[in-house]
Ligand binder design. Sequence first.
Ligand code: G6P
Length: 579
Amino acid sequence: MCGIVGYVGYRDAASVCKDGLMHLEYRGYDSYGIASLSPKLSVFKSVGKISNAKNISSLKGTCAIGHTRWATHGVPSEINAHPLTDCGDKIAVVHNGIIENYAKLKAALIKRGHVFKSETDTEVIPHLIEEKYTGNLLDAVSKILPMLEGSYAILAVAEGENTIVAARKGSPLVLGVGDSEYIFASDAVPLIDYTKNVIYLEDGDIAEVKSDGYKIFNGKKIVKHPISKIEWDASVVRKSGFPHYMLKEIFEQPDVFSNTIQSVKENKEVVALIKKASSITVVACGTSANASMIFSYMMEAVCKIPTRVVVGSEYKYFPTPASSLVIGVSQSGETADTISALKISKDMGAKTIAVTNVLGSSITRTADVVLYTRAGPEVSVAATKSFTAQVAAFIEIVNLVSGKKLEPAVSDILRYLPDVVSADVSSAVELCKNASTLLYVGRGMFYPVAMEGALKMKEISYIHAEGYAAGELKHGPFALLCRETPVAALCLHGATYSVMMSNLKEIKARNAPLVAVGEAGDQDLEDLCDVFIPLPKVSEYAGIILSSVILQIMAYHCAVALGRDVDMPRNLAKSVTVE
Ligand code: G6P
């Protein structure tokens, strides 16, 4: 949600901002804007996709700030788009986060004669800066920050200074340190074309950046944060010949799986904490919650440690006893509900772990211990490789905690995943793409796999899909079964196989078309279903990853067949930074 980019250096700053914002498109947005200094302040704003922006070439200069807005206060419109300016249009600000006391500040500013143009909470910031500005932007921003309540990542520029002043509290902001050039962004992805050197700003930081250097303050003190190296290459954030990022990311999964396993092996602290835990609570949202549910099944079945999953937004109603270990799982590391759940549990005295894919993300500052899944940046809104990475991390954790009980699963996945990513699912797509409702069913660990398959399908194809524990179908969803309601079933050999077969017969008896993912050579299953998708004979734990990938490909090809915006589905944001 909301993307920020700022550049000061020697290049055409507005183009750098535009390219950077295009790298952040996956965060989700409805309007965008850029302000540049040349030396006069010029602003261009519009509604829609930034790739369609024609007039950005009119913005000159080597210092600019830009923003993609996901509307919270005020409708998506050119006026409400950032950057927002002061009365004299000499100061411009972009902001990610929410200024909770903006109404009070705005009323006071209006009384003092300020005229507001937008309905946003953000606009109070340039007006407040205007009141304190006497030729030094750093000074003015430092004076107004204590007045702001809420969360923010802010970039500000003022006519007459080729400088960006940035501030961070609760919303992500990184600074790329190049050679006589500096680039701010909401995450490291836009930096990669200019530098691999990155500083993760901390809450309370204020940075002043000019083309010849930068200073970071926290309070009144200058602080020296370490410069980290971005671990991945620019190719990771290019489509590299694939029609969509989602397909590319699906194909990256075999490499991701190995990277994640390695990351867990190197992280002794996480495994040690889990070994000691008498109970575990996992908090997560969306796809991360589905991966976490797989973890809970594995922990209980293999390690015998009671493990429950609570979705981030519900955690405050189910707080955990302080003796429980709490694990926050978030691909982006920025999901507000997951972070606030971790904060609540920390305040109650629980030990906390963050499992995330993004280095330096907000969740890493909240938890006591961090495990990086190392899937590389994920651009498509629908999570694929980051899900596999989370499940891979969980498999390896369980493997290490249990004394290598899951070793066969790890080798099966390494062996078969490279072929499974290009499995043929065309008949399943034909059967599902025109449905208005789809049901996904599985038992045991395949129940969360079914939920994740359904989530993928609804996110990107807009077909209504629900994942159910196969045994639950009779308790309501059976009423939906008819020739027009296809069912996708996960029916691999193992503990759940025979009862799944009975459930599938009941489904077929109601005439619902059936797509089944099963073990190659399973003639009974193949005879029963309409479309059979074979997987190699693997351990049950490997089957969860391989069948999840099949469901990702099915959703992808359905969405393509329906002409959907696969990488940026309507109304969704990759990083949900509001509760
Ligand atoms: C958003 C995304 C989902 C994601 C969820 C949790 O809704 O669209 O793909 O699963 O947030 O995100 P996280 O970054 O915390 O895993």
